[in-house]
Design a binder for this molecule. Structure first.
Ligand code: SAM
Length: 251
């Protein structure tokens, strides 16, 4: 039986939401068209179908063990011309081995692992963090999700499609062991996973708002300030006269 490339990576009815949410989060933490992005477990390009057209050519790098998923994603979501136009790079392995990707020598700006650590053993999680540390730029950010729980998954195998849990302390300890700092984000996730950011430079994480509420507060403050300024302008006599004339005689 041929497998469904969309259903393989999660609930099919959330495929679109899971694409968008990853793009939104990356954009929110600073990814722009000229950033470089390394995606671990790119799957059927659920997120990459937005990232690859958005980024400059040679700026997207993906690792995925299941080659057929990437090939289906390319032919059914993006079209093969994307290879010529945007030149995305892929490697296929389970060892977080990025050596075949010709990553930028200064390191990648962003790394993404969405719903990967929800299936790994602790050893695989640790290995991924260490490998990312080797290729992340000094000011780079690694954004990932995992299922936070009371217990650490104790097995040594990848679990799929089921999920495994890790304690927040375990994630912190693993990050520290790899020379990274970690910050848990207060962002909702469509499948109740926890968003975390890893970085080498604490200042980089401090500059990112931990919750959407902070961001919303900023928008509300900006709008309030703009309304105040508009009200001030409208209170000037010449403006008042102009507004009165526009009301009376039309524009
Ligand atoms: C839940 S899917 C998430 C796919 C993608 N990140 C997304 O959000 O659309 C998990 C993916 O991890 C891949 N995977 C399995 N073992 C892996 C490993 N050792 N390293 C990286 N990815 C792996 C699977 O093939 C699958 O594509």
């Amino acid at each position: 039986m041929t497998q469904n490339y969309r259903a393989f990576v999660g609930p099919e009815n959330k495929y679109d939401v899971m694409s968008a949410i990853q793009f939104i989060r990356l954009f929110q933490i600073g990814l722009r068209g000229d950033s470089t992005l390394l995606e671990i477990g790119a799957g059927s390009l659920r997120a990459a179908r937005l990232f690859i057209p958005y980024l400059k050519e040679n700026h997207y790098f993906g690792l995925e063990p299941e080659r057929w998923l990437v090939e289906d994603g390319l032919s059914k979501e993006l079209g093969k011309d994307i290879f010529t136009i945007k030149k995305p790079h892929f490697v296929y392995n389970r060892e977080f081995n990025f050596s075949g990707l010709s990553l930028p020598s200064q390191g990648v700006d962003y790394c993404l692992a969405q719903s990967i650590f929800s299936h790994t053993s602790v050893q695989q999680f640790q290995m991924a963090l260490s490998k990312v540390t080797e290729v992340l730029a000094p000011k780079g950010v690694f954004i990932a999700t995992y299922v936070r729980g009371e217990k650490d998954y104790g097995g040594d195998q990848w679990v799929y499609p089921g999920c495994v849990t890790f304690r927040a302390e375990t994630v912190e300890r693993m990050a520290e062991k790899s020379g990274l700092i970690v910050r848990e984000m207060e962002w909702l996730h469509p499948n109740d996973q926890t968003w975390v950011l890893f970085a080498k430079d604490p200042a980089k994480l401090n500059a990112i708002a931990v919750s959407d509420t902070v961001l919303l507060d900023e928008y509300v403050n900006t709008i309030t300030e703009l309304r105040r300024r508009i009200a001030r302008v409208k209170s000037f006599l010449p403006i008042k006269v102009l507004l009165w004339m526009r009301n009376k005689f039309g524009s």
